[in-house]
Design a protein around this ligand. Structure first.
Ligand code: PSU
Ligand code: MN
Length: 307
């Protein structure tokens, strides 16, 4: 049982830890800043249900009342989904948001930190942050990548959105020694599309094979996490639906409006949704649900390996 005065476990997660059950971490920025209400809370609940149906226990992370919540109840999920003043929390924001008792939604980086503190090593999300296009001038590189370099949590995602420079994102991960594993694919997925034009380091063909790679990495004492890229189901792939042009327009608008810092990713996500007349939302929901299924299976496989 992990204890830390800042952590507050839900009853369900507490029980799962006692019973040695597999637990899957979930982020909350996707709820507060990544999707509109009420689809955000519906998706959050559905994702939790999928994880339970597949033999694991979900632990959605957030910061509330000066505590890191590990596992949220329905009211807390609803609050995060509706409330306007939720801080987007990355690594640098823990000290202020906790001590000022603000409400915080955790990004990939922050959720990895929470998961590590809580002893959870598999985390399911939609897409990771990465190196932004034009980063050679702006230096806008998501803290998610540094976190992957140093924190022992596997992140199951549908790749990285092409609002980012996917090639540079993969270079960065390579430099920091972060394994990029495709789930049944040789190509790194690009969130709304199954293909990005860039390869993965290795094709992990089953959840069990991926669990073995993770176990091996950590048994060797190699610090840091891993990226597991799980392509969006074929029927939701937006390749043919002009997603490329939509992303280009959103990027141009961000440039003209001078959007920078932590506002950049939420701005782009929202504009892409508006420009696609909501079509991207359907794909976003489908891919997160698909990641929940795979993440639960990997968490179950990891527990079996350890027994
Ligand atoms: N990418 C997505 N959807 C998201 C995010 C990224 O496709 O919701 C969120 C995640 O929480 C991620 C964060 O950790 O945005 C990255 O923000 P930034 O680029 O400011 O580091
Ligand atoms: Mn940034």
């Amino acid at each position: 049982m992990v204890t830390n005065e800042y952590l507050q476990f839900s009853e369900e997660v507490k029980q799962a830890q006692k019973d040695g059950k597999p637990i899957v971490a979930l982020e909350s920025t996707i709820i507060s800043h990544g999707m509109p209400y009420p689809q955000n809370v519906e998706t959050a609940k559905r994702v939790e249900a999928i994880i339970r149906e597949n033999g694991a226990v979900p632990a959605t992370m957030a910061i509330m009342d000066g505590k890191i919540k590990v596992g949220l109840n329905d009211e807390e999920l609803e609050f995060l989904a509706k409330e306007q003043n939720v801080v987007k929390v990355s690594r640098r924001d823990f000290p202020s948001v906790l001590s000022l008792k603000q409400t915080g939604a955790t990004t990939v980086a922050a959720t990895m930190i929470c998961a590590k503190l809580a002893g959870i090593d598999v985390f399911v999300t939609g897409g990771i942050g990465g190196v932004h296009r034009g980063a050679e001038l702006t230096m806008d590189i998501s803290a998610d990548l540094q976190e992957l370099a140093k924190t022992e949590v596997a992140v199951v995602c549908a790749g990285a959105k092409s609002i980012l420079d996917i090639g540079l994102t993969l270079e960065y991960l390579e430099t920091y020694g972060v394994p990029v594993i495709g789930y049944n694919t040789d190509e790194f997925p690009a969130f709304y599309t199954r293909k990005s034009g860039f390869g993965v380091d290795v094709n992990g063909q089953t959840p069990g094979a991926i669990a073995e790679m993770l176990q091996t990495k950590w048994e060797l004492g190699l610090s840091g996490g891993a990226v597991i890229g799980n392509p969006v189901p074929q029927e939701f792939d937006m390749e043919e639906m002009g997603i490329k042009e939509i992303i280009e327009s959103a990027l141009e608008e961000a440039k003209v409006q001078g959007i920078s810092g932590k506002e950049t990713t939420p701005f782009l996500l929202n504009r892409v949704k508006e420009l696609s007349e909501g079509k991207t939302l359907e794909t976003n929901i489908a891919l997160v649900e698909n990641n929940a299924l795979v993440g639960a299976q990997i968490a179950v496989s990891l527990i079996k390996l350890r027994k």
